[in-house]
Design a protein around this ligand. Structure first.
Ligand code: GLV
Ligand code: MN
Ligand code: MN
Length: 412
């Protein structure tokens, strides 16, 4: 058994929540921003202060390593991310990263040697809101390469990806550089559920069996800008009219017809954005989710054909491209069992569940067995500044991570 320090964990969550803190108690610490860099620096300093080695890879994935008795064995990897949504909560990502650091420190405090090294990771850009796609760090780690098309990527605020990545790497001079990807024995990630089911059933631990599929689309509808006062209906080629008609029909049909489907428009821009001009161009993002890959394909087709039809009707053109495609995944049974046993060891009730949100674990799962531990959050609310996890639930998640980590890293 390994005892974690629950007070230290919750104090750390508060300390990280102060970086990029928003007025409403959340955080805005978007990927590769100054806030993200500060959070990484603090994590690296905390690890270095305990004598752990600190390295980063070319995607600025940050690793904190505690040696094992058989130090050449592939490590147990534990962690999550530190970047946030623009109106993000203080737990999404930070909880899992800081729980992982807490496990490392608790092993050190107790003088417990593990057979394998244990490595804490903070992945780069899990959220995907400042630079799409999400999970860029874990995706590159799993594939061993940075896709060349990322080099020209711009942030929603116009900043170039390449420059922001370089500045982030430079902001951690204490971290040695390692190549992208290394053999991993297993990967565990603690995360808030971001949905209501654990809280509703009063179960402190979710054993995550898999993640539903996600697809992101970038939609551009182009018409003709013209005078708002003088252009009669017959002369208008209004892309906003086309897009809103398509969206309103999709809102009425996609989710009402299928309780497992998720359809979200999170960003929309109108150009030139003048009060008295018909728009020239409108753009929006589409976030589609479904546990079934075939249904996700159907949904994408439906969205595309509805937008094409309405664009046609308004004599506009429509262009749709995918910015993210994450098929559903199933996590390792062995790791799910390890989490279940760890919860039992700690006398905590657990339940199996599927994740509605995507996570870095999905990409790591492609190269090593992976699984996740969920804890309840208040009202199932996440991607919201009011996101809240009870301290006792944060502690429970970390205890289960610690117990499962000890089992997987070995200390016979
Ligand atoms: C992760 O942040 C997601 O959008 O599922
Ligand atoms: Mn997250
Ligand atoms: Mn998130």
């Amino acid at each position: 058994m390994i005892e974690i320090d629950g007070n230290r964990l919750n104090a750390r969550i508060d300390a990280f929540a102060a970086i990029g803190a928003t007025q409403k108690g959340g955080v805005n610490r978007q990927a590769l921003s100054e806030g993200d860099r500060q959070a990484r620096r603090l994590l690296a300093e905390l690890g270095a202060a305990r004598g752990f080695s600190i390295v980063q890879d070319p995607m600025a994935n940050l690793f904190i390593r505690r040696s094992g008795r058989q130090d050449n064995l592939p490590p147990l990897l534990i962690g999550s991310h530190l970047d946030s949504q623009p109106s993000g909560g203080r737990f999404d990502g930070a909880l899992g990263t800081l729980s992982a650091l807490e496990v490392l420190e608790s092993l050190e405090d107790a003088g417990i040697e593990t057979d394998r090294p244990v490595v804490v990771v903070a992945w780069t850009n899990e959220e995907g809101c400042r630079f799409a796609p999400g999970c860029m760090g874990s995706m590159a780690f799993a594939s061993g390469r940075i896709p060349p098309e990322w080099e020209t990527k711009l942030a929603t605020d116009g900043a170039p990806f390449v420059g922001e990545l370089a500045a982030t790497l430079e902001s951690l001079p204490m971290a040695d550089m390692v190549g992208l990807g290394f053999p991993v024995h297993a990967y565990l990630e603690v995360h808030i559920e971001q949905g209501p089911s654990l809280e509703a059933s009063d179960i402190p631990i979710g054993v995550v069996g898999g993640i539903q599929g996600t697809r992101w689309l970038d939609v551009t509808v182009t018409g003709q800008t013209a005078h708002a006062g003088t252009t009669a209906l017959a002369y208008r080629r209004d892309p906003l009219r086309a897009l809103t008609a398509a969206l309103s029909s999709l809102y009425e049909t996609v989710m009402p017809a299928d309780p497992d489907a998720r359809f979200t428009i999170g960003r929309i821009t109108v150009e030139p954005g003048s009060v008295n001009a018909i728009p020239e161009q409108v753009r929006c993002t589409v976030d589609l989710r479904h546990p079934d890959q075939g249904r996700l394909n159907d949904l994408e087709q439906r969205v595309a054909s509805m937008i094409a039809t309405e664009a046609d009707r308004q004599r506009c053109s429509a262009l749709i491209s995918r910015s993210f495609d994450m098929p559903p995944c199933t996590f390792s049974n062995v790791l799910q069992q390890a989490i279940e046993l760890a919860a039992k060891d700690r006398n905590l009730k657990s339940a199996s569940m599927l994740s509605g949100a995507f996570h870095d674990a999905l990409f790591v799962n492609r190269v090593a067995p992976a699984a996740m531990i969920f804890v309840p959050c208040r009202d199932g609310l996440s991607h919201n500044e009011a996101e809240y996890v009870e301290p006792r639930h944060a502690v429970a998640g970390c205890e289960v991570l610690a117990a499962a980590a000890l089992r997987l890293a070995g200390n016979a």
